[in-house]
Design a protein around this ligand. Structure first.
Ligand code: SAM
Length: 277
């Protein structure tokens, strides 16, 4: 079998994805298993046989499992982060949120807390990209925090991780320059609109909120932010596009200033920022 025979056959079999995406996924899997660049793979196929792990992983891909869970890692802001089924897979729009924080807070020694940290991708990246930042990350899931701690160690980032349920506990932190969160925000009833590989594989604890109170995390974090943030401190949320207007109104009602909705690169309203004065 040649490289192109195999790639074409697998693209056909991976018909749960559009063919351009299937091609990217097949090549990602091949590169991971063979440790070869695409150009070298053509030569590999002329003389070698496929490792059995590759076939097994392809079967998982066909069943809709996200490739980051299969490989055990995924990219975020130019670095690879370990992911497990206890953690959300880091998303592009979250990279944009992190980029906004870096751009808007060029000073030295910012004190930062990330609520609902998952893999730790937000605080680890902020530690590595901002000068002398003092960074905290919290999550209710101890299993997610274990992953976050491993990521920090591997990437040489100093982050204080705390196990905390933000809906019932108050973290013992104050005088923050930046409070950031990408909290769970998808109402249960919207499950049916989501891609199967998200609903079937990613942790529901990281995704869903009750239909009767979909803004619960924004309301609670906004309220707690008043004592966590210092005067002039900045709040950064990733948001559900459908809820942008309501979250803006909520934060204005809570007394925040300069409440601003930002669009991501796809033109979707996916971030909101505010100042506590
Ligand atoms: C949407 S994920 C975000 C993960 C990561 N920050 C990212 O952007 O990839 C939300 C995170 O909030 C955590 N979480 C859910 N309920 C929580 C709670 N009550 N208190 C603290 N964290 C919570 C989940 O475990 C999950 O890691």
């Amino acid at each position: 079998m040649t490289y192109s025979d195999l790639v074409n056959a697998w693209i056909q079999e991976l018909n749960i994805y559009p063919s351009s995406e299937a091609e990217t996924l097949v090549n990602w899997l091949l590169e991971h298993h063979l440790g070869l660049r695409r150009v070298d793979m053509v030569r590999f196929f002329e003389k070698d046989t496929l490792p059995s792990g590759l076939i097994h992983d392809f079967e998982r891909l066909k069943l809709g499992e996200p490739i980051q869970y299969i490989l055990g890692h995924g990219p975020f802001y130019g670095r690879e982060f370990e992911v497990t089924q206890e953690t959300l897979i880091p998303r592009n729009e979250t990279e944009e949120l992190v980029h906004l924080i870096i751009k808007e807070n060029p000073g030295i020694g910012n004190k930062i807390l990330d609520i609902g940290t998952g893999t730790g991708c937000i605080p680890i990246t902020l530690f590595l990209e901002m000068k002398e930042a003092k960074v905290y990350g919290l999550d209710v899931s101890e299993r997610a925090l274990e992953v976050a701690r491993r990521n920090a160690k591997k990437l040489h980032a100093v982050v204080n991780f705390l196990n905390c349920d933000i809906l019932s506990d108050h973290p013992a932190i104050s005088e923050l320059d930046v409070l950031v969160s990408n909290p769970p925000y998808v109402p249960q009833k919207d499950q049916s609109e989501m891609h199967r590989n998200v609903v079937d594989f990613e942790p529901h604890l990281a995704l869903f909120v009750p239909d009767e109170d979909p803004l619960i995390f924004y309301r609670v974090i906004g309220e707690k932010g008043k004592s966590l943030l210092k005067k002039g401190g900045r709040l950064y949320f990733e948001i559900y596009e459908k809820a942008a207007k309501e979250i803006k109104e909520l934060l204005e009602k809570q007394g925040y200033d300069r409440v601003t909705v930002h669009s991501d690169l796809n033109g979707k309203e996916r971030m909101i920022t505010a100042t506590w004065n």
